[in-house]
Design a protein around this ligand. Structure first.
Ligand code: TK8
Length: 339
């Protein structure tokens, strides 16, 4: 061994001792992570994927590289979930709602008006109930790392402002590929049509559907204001996103590599929720500026909607199991009693 090589090895060892991150990185094998998502790069989803990617590269000393692929270029949520299960793709982020066909407990998050505010959402999603739902994924071939915020969903359409329940009558409304959403909007009188998000813009543009529902952030970042006239503020459900890993791939990683991903996922969650909330606070004004006509649903009409939708709750409870349902309700009761 020549002197240069010896000096180099000694320097690496010293650096590894001085920096625990570098020490861990020494055990990390080179990896390329294909990370797919449905929204575009300029969206809150795209920004948070970038934060995740940067942290993974840094913490792994450049050995784990994330190739972020947005705008559903790797497929819809449902297609990507299948690719993860099969091991053809490493990671993704998407709606919990589109996962219900694979993991039925995810339907808890589809309960209309489940959370009154983001505080409640964070507490339940990051608490024992959220973890129990995530713990059901490995048996399906997926690992769930964290929940991000998609947000409270609101209605848009091209026909008329929805001021009362009856205004939804006959509106061809795109819903996610999820049984609870389908039931909910049928119950409210809309003509609910399930479609993947990746087909939504053109379906709105061509009139295949008249309307859709999503958080203000998405209505803005996906430019739905170009093809929709009315926004009705309904906040009918809080929608989470979930960061998923292929279990097939995850099982082959070292503990250090798994930790790099878990830590980065948590950091991206904190970034994402703050970023999403900051944007949501300004988004409605921007949508108005883009020419959309905004109306708030009167409280009496929200109450009527809520009443009608309690019909779907029994089905959700039966589907996810009464214990999980009751535990979520008990946690919410406790949170609400605290104030
Ligand atoms: C993005 C979707 C989207 C969701 C939807 O892939 O489909 O309406 O809100 O965020 O998961």
């Amino acid at each position: 061994m020549n002197i240069f090589r010896r000096t180099f090895i000694a320097a690496c060892a010293a650096a590894a001792l001085a920096d625990p991150l570098a020490a861990a990185a020494a055990d990390i094998k080179p990896h390329l992570i294909r990370f797919g998502y449905g929204l575009n790069e300029q969206s809150n989803q795209g920004r948070a994927v970038k934060v995740f990617a940067e942290q993974v590269e840094k913490a792994s000393g450049g050995k784990m590289k994330v190739r972020a692929i947005g705008a559903a270029a790797l497929g819809s949520d449902v297609q990507m979930q299948q690719a993860l299960i099969g091991g053809a793709q490493e990671m993704m982020v998407g709606s919990t709602a589109t996962l219900v066909g694979i993991s039925k407990e995810m339907a808890l998050w589809d309960t209309p008006f489940l959370f009154n505010n983001t505080k409640e959402a964070d507490a339940v999603l990051d608490g024992p109930v959220g973890q129990k739902v995530i713990d059901k994924l490995p048996e399906k071939g997926l690992v769930g790392l964290v929940y991000w915020e998609n947000g409270f969903r609101n209605l848009t359409n091209s026909k008329r402002p929805v001021n009362k329940l009856e205004d939804l009558g006959g509106i061809k409304l795109r819903v996610m590929q999820n049984i609870v959403y389908l039931d909910s909007f049928k119950t409210l009188g809309a003509n609910a049509i399930p479609l993947p998000f990746s087909e939504l813009f053109s379906a709105l543009e061509t009139g295949t559907v008249d309307g859709q529902e999503n958080p203000f952030n998405t209505i803005l970042s996906s430019k739905f204001y170009e093809v929709q006239k009315y926004v009705s503020v309904t906040n009918h459900v809080y929608s989470p996103w979930i960061v998923l890993v292929s279990k097939k791939w995850w099982d082959g990683l070292s503990k250090d590599e798994q930790k790099v991903l878990t830590d980065a996922a948590q950091a991206s969650r904190d970034f994402e929720r703050k970023d999403t909330r900051d944007e949501a606070a300004k988004a409605l004004a921007e949508l108005k500026a883009k020419g959309m006509q905004v109306n708030e649903l009167p409280p009496t009409e929200t109450a009527r909607m809520r009443d009608k939708l309690t019909q779907v709750n029994a089905g959700i409870a039966a589907n996810i199991g009464p214990d999980l349902w009751k535990e979520a309700q008990a946690d919410l009761d406790k949170l609400r009693a605290k104030k």
